[in-house]
Design a protein around this ligand. Structure first.
Ligand code: IMP
Ligand code: MG
Length: 337
């Protein structure tokens, strides 16, 4: 079983939480994290908060092996810090061809006026991607410190799928930050859609079972670029929707849920399923609820409206920060995740 988790809007939809929940409650042997360190995924598990930039949120399941694919970019200090923090050293595998970001890439981005104007996180990811295209980036296989983690990740994933093992893949950022399909030039340095994720892994489209597109119950964006229906900061504060970026700490811009964007996102990703996070932000009584029938009536009606307007099942609904604060409708809807 191959399941992809993709961000439906501009990142920060709660992919980490959804990936962590699925890893914990379903049967996936491998969890893969794509993208790079500019993306921060937050997971709250057993009351502890983890901010992840390299390792998949699937780490919460101790039986899960954690993979970093060839299309991802790591930075050594961030990588080793996360290994220690999460205590996962014995179950992390990095592909020989994974790219490596260095201090020099960060320095090159610092003070770059174009990157500044788009509100880049300035983590060196774009500079490292450029070096990769120009074929001068050093890869994981060039660093002795990584030797003991190295493996052929595409082979490992494809063999796992041949055996019928589950592989859960956590995409990063969101569909409209895609280099190709986003609001260029206000985008990140990779294709963040399902196809881009697959290309980072080394798996073809025919092997995919589920593409779960994750939407938050409202839209946020950090950095510059268009955001239709953007609410003034005072309104955002009043509605209790104020958030800060995981990596940069910047205040996120906020707009109401956008059905047109959502529809396009489902199209661009060939989505099969929808996950909605933070429904408790719209319907306070939904907070910490874990059963469909315990959700307030207006929250259920809203989810049903999403399903009928977008024509895809909403299988998971996030109701709080804790990983297990989820209404899981997969069984009721007959979806094997
Ligand atoms: P860069 O990829 O760091 O150069 O940033 C380009 C744009 O993408 C900026 O608007 C960033 O704020 C945004 N961005 C990059 N990574 C993330 C993410 O993980 N979540 C949300 N926005 C992101
Ligand atoms: Mg984030």
């Amino acid at each position: 079983m191959l399941t992809l988790i993709v961000g439906g809007f501009f990142g920060d939809e709660g992919k980490g939480k959804i990936a962590g929940y699925i890893a914990l409650s379903k049967n996936y042997k491998y969890a893969v994290r794509t993208g790079s360190i500019n993306a921060g995924h937050t997971v709250v598990y057993n009351g502890r908060e983890y901010k992840l930039r390299t390792i998949s949120a699937g780490f919460v399941n101790k039986a899960t092996k954690l993979l970093i694919p060839p299309g991802a970019l790591i930075r050594l200090d961030v990588f080793f810090h996360e290994l220690r923090e999460l205590n996962v050293e014995d179950r992390v595998f990095v592909d020989y061809n994974t790219g490596v970001i260095t201090e020099e890439h960060v320095n090159r981005e610092r003070g770059d006026s174009i990157l500044k104007s788009i509100g880049s996180t300035a983590q060196g990811v774009g500079a490292a991607m450029a070096d990769r295209v120009l074929r001068r980036l050093k890869l994981a296989r060039d660093y002795p410190a990584l030797a003991k983690f190295l493996t052929d990740v595409p082979l490992l994933i494809n063999n796992a799928l041949d055996r019928g093992d589950g592989v859960l893949v956590e995409g990063t950022q969101g569909t409209f930050l895609s280099l190709y399909h986003g609001t260029y030039p206000y985008v990140t340095s990779r294709d963040t859609t399902a196809s881009g994720i697959l290309s980072e892994l080394g798996v073809g489209p025919r092997r995919v079972d589920h593409v779960v597109v994750v939407f938050k119950s409202y839209v946020t964006r950090v950095g510059e670029g268009p955001l239709e229906g953007e609410l003034p900061a005072s309104e955002v504060e009043k509605m209790g929707l104020a958030e800060r970026g995981t990596v940069t700490g910047r205040l996120r811009r906020v707009a109401p849920f956008n059905f047109e964007l959502a529809e396009r996102s489902l199209m661009l990703n060939s989505a099969t399923l929808i996950a909605i996070t933070k429904i408790d932000a719209l319907f306070r009584e939904a907070r910490h609820v874990r059963k469909w029938e315990d959700l307030p009536r207006d929250a259920r009606a809203w989810v049903e409206e999403v399903e009928s307007r977008l024509n895809k099942p909403v299988v998971l609904i996030g109701t709080g920060e804790e990983l297990e604060d989820v209404v899981d409708r997969s069984r009721d809807l007959g979806v094997e995740l």
